[in-house]
Write a protein that binds this ligand. Structure first.
Ligand SMILES: NC(=O)c1ccc[n+]([C@@H]2O[C@H](COP(=O)([O-])OP(=O)(O)OC[C@H]3O[C@@H](n4cnc5c(N)ncnc54)[C@H](O)[C@@H]3O)[C@@H](O)[C@H]2O)c1
Length: 442
C-alpha cells in the first residue's frame, strides 16, 4: 500500500488536503499549488472559503495575486465540506494551538480537527500535523483519536507524521517553499512518505527520529527566541539607566562574525507563537516533575515590558510638563510586528489598556489594521478605527508611542509633526528631533 502512495507522490499525481487556511495553511496551499499539485483547502470559516473562491485577500501581506491565482486555478479548490477529505492522499493539519485561560495548552482545535479527519479517513492516507505543540501530541493525542474514530490502524492502514511550520509572515526573503522542513514519522513508512511529499514542494527536508523529536524541535526554536528576546529586553532596561543605547550596543556586537546572534528589544512579545509555544513545554515538563525556569523567567521579563514602556511614556510627558491622565496618546502600530496585519497577542493592546487605565485618551494608527476586528481577548476594542495619517491629526496628540515599526510610515514626517515621540523599536534611528521636540527611547 505504501508503494501506491509513494508512487503518486513521486509522480506528483497526488492530491493534498490542507485543513486550517490561516497564516500557515494558506501559504502552504500556495506552495503545493505552485508546484503543480492538486490542492483542496478545508476550513470551518465560510468567509475564508468565499475569499478563496472569489480571489479576494484576507491576509494582507500575502497579496492579491496569490488569491486570484488560486481562485482561477483548475487544480485548487476550497471548501467547508469535510467529506471531501477522502479525495486527498495526504492531509496536513494547520489549526490553532493557543493557551487556555489557565495558560495551559488548548488542544480543542487539534482534537476536533483530528476527529473530523478520523471520520473520513480511508486506507492509504497520510495525515501530518503541522500545528506547533508539546512533544508527545501526535503519539498521545492524535493517533489514538484517529484509530478510535476510524477503526483503522496507524502504520498499517494509514500513516501519520509531524512536521512543524516555520513560517515568518512578512519576511520577503523566506516563503514556505524556501524554508527547510523538519519531519518526524510514526514509523519508517510514514517518515518516508512525508519526506517524499515535502520534497515535491519544499527546498529541503530534515528527517528526525520520531514525531516527538520533531515536536521538540519547533518548541526549542521558539523557546530560543523567547529567551533571547527577554535577554535583550533586560539589557535595554539596564543600559538605559547607564545612559547606553542598547541598539548601538547590539549593532556593534553583531559585527562579531561568530558566537553572537542579534535579537531586538521591543515593547513586549506578540504573535501567535513566541508568547505561547514555550508554555506548551512548561505544561508537559510538569508531567516529568521538571521545571522550565528559563521559559518562566523569559515570560516574566517579556510580560513586564509594556509596563516599562508606560513608565517611560509617563516620564516623557513629564518632560513636557504634562500628566498622563488626560493626555492624548497615539499608538503607532497595532500589529505585533512590522508589515503584517496580525495583531494576535500584540503588546500594543496591553499599552492601550495600561494607558487608558491611567486616564489617557488613547488612539492608534495602523494602515494594516484600519478597524479592529472582533477578538476573544480584546472585545472592548472591537470596531475602533485607525486615525488618519496627517499633520493636523498627529499634532493633536500630546505623545506618539511607536509600538510597531511598519515600513510604510514616514518617520521623518512624524518627527516634524510630533513634539513628543516614544520609540520602542528604534524606528527613529538617525532622525534628529526639531528644536523643542523630543524623541525618547523606551
Ligand atoms: N502564524 C505563524 O506565523 C505560525 C508560524 C509557525 C507555526 N504556527 C503554528 O501553526 C498553527 C496555525 O497557526 P495560524 O497562525 O495559521 O492560525 P490561524 O488562526 O491563522 O489559522 C487557523 C485556521 O484554522 C481554522 N480552523 C480552526 N478550527 C478548525 C477545524 N476544526 N477545522 C478546520 N479548520 C479549522 C481557522 O478557521 C483558521 O482559518 C498553530 O499551531 C501555530 O502555532 C504559526
Amino acid at each position: 500500500m505504501i508503494s501506491d502512495l509513494l508512487t503518486s507522490i513521486e509522480q506528483k499525481t497526488y492530491t493534498v488536503g490542507i485543513v486550517g487556511l490561516g497564516y500557515v495553511g494558506l501559504p502552504l496551499m500556495w506552495t503545493f499549488h505552485e508546484n503543480g499539485l492538486s490542492v483542496i483547502g478545508f476550513d470551518i470559516d465560510q468567509a475564508k472559503i468565499d475569499h478563496l473562491r472569489s480571489g479576494t485577500p484576507y491576509i494582507k501581506h500575502l497579496g492579491k495575486e496569490m488569491m486570484q491565482s488560486l481562485a482561477a486555478s483548475d487544480h485548487c479548490d476550497a471548501t467547508t465540506d469535510f467529506s471531501r477529505l477522502k479525495e486527498a492522499d495526504a492531509i496536513l493539519l494547520c489549526v490553532p494551538t493557543p493557551l487556555n485561560q489557565y495558560r495551559e495548552p488548548d488542544m480543542s482545535y487539534v482534537i476536533s480537527t483530528t476527529k473530523t479527519v478520523a471520520h473520513h479517513l480511508r486506507e492509504g492516507q497520510l495525515v501530518i500535523l503541522e500545528s506547533t505543540t508539546y512533544p508527545g501530541t501526535t503519539e498521545e493525542v492524535m493517533i489514538p483519536l484517529l484509530e478510535k474514530h476510524s477503526s483503522l490502524i496507524a502504520g498499517k492502514d494509514f500513516y501519520v507524521a509531524y512536521s512543524p511550520e516555520r513560517e515568518d509572515p512578512g519576511n520577503p526573503n523566506f516563503n514556505t517553499a524556501k524554508i527547510p522542513k523538519v519531519v518526524g514519522g510514526h514509523g519508517e513508512d510514514a517518515l518516508k512518505l512525508a519526506l517524499a511529499l515535502y520534497d515535491t514542494a519544499i527546498v529541503q527536508t530534515v528527517p528526525v527520529s520520531d514525531t516527538k523529536t520533531a515536536e521538540a524541535v519547533k518548541i526549542t526554536e521558539n523557546v530560543f527566541r523567547s529567551v533571547n528576546i527577554a535577554l535583550v529586553n533586560e539589557l535595554k532596561v539596564v543600559y538605559a539607566k547607564m545612559g547606553i543605547d542598547v541598539h548601538e550596543v547590539l549593532d556593534a556586537a553583531d559585527t562579531k562574525p561568530f558566537g553572537f546572534m542579534k535579537f531586538t528589544p521591543g515593547p513586549g512579545l506578540g504573535g501567535h507563537c513566541i508568547p505561547i509555544d514555550p508554555f506548551y513545554l512548561t505544561w508537559k515538563a510538569r508531567e516529568f516533575q521538571e521545571n522550565t525556569r528559563f521559559i518562566e523567567l523569559a515570560g516574566e521579563i517579556n510580560t513586564h515590558m509594556p509596563e516599562y514602556v508606560v513608565e517611560q511614556t509617563i516620564k516623557a510627558l513629564n518632560t513636557h510638563k504634562k500628566a498622563v491622565n488626560g493626555s492624548k496618546i497615539l499608538l503607532v502600530g497595532l500589529a505585533y510586528k512590522p508589515n503584517v496585519d496580525d495583531m494576535r497577542e500584540s503588546p500594543t493592546f496591553e499599552l492601550f489598556h495600561l494607558l487608558e487605565e491611567l486616564g489617557a485618551e488613547v488612539a492608534y494608527y495602523d494602515s494594516y489594521i484600519p478597524t479592529i476586528p472582533p477578538t476573544r481577548e480584546h472585545v472592548h476594542y472591537t470596531g475602533r478605527k485607525s486615525i488618519e495619517w496627517d499633520q493636523a491629526t498627529i499634532n493633536g496628540f500630546d505623545a506618539v508611542l511607536i509600538s510597531t515599526n511598519h515600513s510604510d510610515i514616514d518617520y521623518s514626517e512624524l518627527a516634524e509633526w510630533s513634539d513628543c515621540i516614544i520609540d520602542t523599536r528604534n524606528a527613529m534611528k538617525g532622525i534628529n528631533p526639531k528644536n523643542g521636540h523630543h524623541i525618547f527611547k523606551a
